[in-house]
Design a protein around this ligand. Structure first.
Ligand SMILES: *Cc1c(COP(=O)(O)O)cnc(C)c1O
Length: 414
């Protein structure tokens, strides 16, 4: 049989792993501790000589079942889950970096990831923020101490698309850890492994869960990076196949020691949500494209940013790399039309942060999620004071268009 498709893989992952009583879902395991029949067996599990669970902060069977699914979706070597996307990112970076190292990151990062980078900088890790839409901008910042490059596939909220393949080629040539945050694309649209990513991070709270009822994060090792040449792997984790060294250190230093564990209840919800990932992403992507195309034609709208539009600066790259263009668009209204007046007139769309939810959400970016970084930080990211971010859901497109139409009309006459 040829390799099964994404939805087939995820729907049958539990069953093929051997589920208790033939249940079609992996059951929810809430135990904190796991007991063994002999001290020898307990010691073997602790030492990693025998598979098993010891204490749930480091893993449990429910989280492991979700890790198998994400690993299948990313075609990865190994995956660890965390309590949030930020816990996954922080755990990964802190596990793999040391004082004196240098990191190159996209200047268009998700606000909290950007804030985390500044924290690491205060702890002695040098940082360069670059325009990641050009691999040349990354190349220009390389130093002997450069260890890692961190980018997002589609940036939130201005939707810049990173030069994923160009940066991948550069990182491979220079043996740099290439971390790609694929939250906005999800495995339904893109696999970072195809552009030579070393590690893939996800906020599972977003599109992979979809229902907006659980927080979670994950990091997957694609298996492409040679950890035997990475100087920051501690002696104690330089055991066995080097392909597993990076993930061992992330699990021990990033998950076990920092404690940002995913709750089993949330792992279960995310796994159930992920079963319909491909269906939901197809719908949110087609809704978002239709809405973006319609918005671009409205006289009350000055600019629309969506990678699916021919007018988008990286449209050709997005079309070549991604199966579709995802749920996120942003827009600026025409001169004289207040963005708060427009948002206040929306009836169906929810005024809320969060993204890639089943429901359509809108937020004034500069006044909320990007408020803390100030006007200069926003200018560097291309964020205008009146920018509105829209995360398009799975509602019926006619209802969405009607809501936007009446709100644009109301804001114009206000
Ligand atoms: C939301 C988000 C995160 C953080 O995820 P949480 O689960 O909210 O901690 C990281 N990266 C991107 C691109 C995001 O959209």
């Amino acid at each position: 049989m040829s390799k099964p498709g994404l939805t087939t893989r995820i729907l049958h992952a539990d069953r093929l792993g051997g589920v208790e009583h033939g249940a079609t879902h992996k059951p929810l395991h809430t135990a904190v501790a796991y007991g063994y029949a002999s001290a020898g067996e307990l010691a073997a599990v602790f030492q990693g000589a025998k598979p098993g669970y010891v204490y749930a902060r480091q893993g449990n069977p429910t989280n492991a079942a979700l890790e198998v699914k994400i690993n299948l979706l990313e075609d990865a070597h190994s995956t660890a889950t965390f309590g949030t996307g930020m816990a996954a990112i922080a755990g990964t970076l802190i596990a793999l970096l040391r004082e004196g190292d240098h990191v190159i990151a996209s200047q268009f990062l998700f606000g909290n990831s950007y804030s985390l980078m500044l924290t690491l900088q205060r702890m002695g890790i040098a940082l360069s923020l670059v325009d990641a839409t050009e691999a040349g901008a990354v190349a220009a910042e390389l130093r002997p101490q450069t260890r890692m490059v961190f980018v997002e596939t589609i940036a939130n909220p201005r939707t810049q698309v990173a030069d994923l393949a160009g940066i991948g080629a550069l990182c491979t040539e220079r043996a740099l850890v290439y971390v790609v945050d694929s939250t906005l694309t999800t495995p339904a649209l893109f696999r970072p492994r195809d552009t030579q990513a070393s590690l893939v991070v996800h906020s599972l709270s977003k599109g992979i869960a979809g229902h907006g009822d659980a927080l979670g994060g994950a990091v997957s090792d694609t298996g492409l990076f040679d950890w035997s040449g990475y100087p920051n792997i501690l002696e104690v984790y330089r055991k066995g196949d080097p392909a597993g060294w990076g993930m061992q250190q992330i699990r021990k230093k990033g998950l076990r020691d920092m404690g940002g564990t995913l709750r089993a209840e949330d792992a279960h919800r995310i796994a159930v949500g992920a079963e319909t990932l491909q269906l939901r992403v197809a719908r949110t992507s087609s809704n978002a494209l239709a809405l973006a195309q319609w918005l671009e034609r409205q006289p009350q709208v000055a600019r629309v940013y969506y990678p699916g539009l021919a007018s988008h600066a990286q449209h050709a790259r997005a079309a070549a790399l991604f199966g579709a263009f995802g749920p996120l668009l942003s827009l600026e209204l025409a001169e004289g039309i207040g963005h708060f007046a427009f948002l206040d007139a929306l009836r169906l769309v929810i005024l809320s942060s969060h993204l890639a939810d089943n429901r359509t959400l809108a937020i004034p970016v500069a006044d909320t999620i990007f408020y803390e970084m100030g006007p200069q930080g926003r200018a560097a990211m291309g964020i205008a004071d009146s920018l509105i971010r829209v995360s398009v859901g799975i509602e019926d497109i006619d209802d969405l268009r009607a809501d936007f139409a009446q709100a644009l009309q109301a804001a114009q006459t206000r």
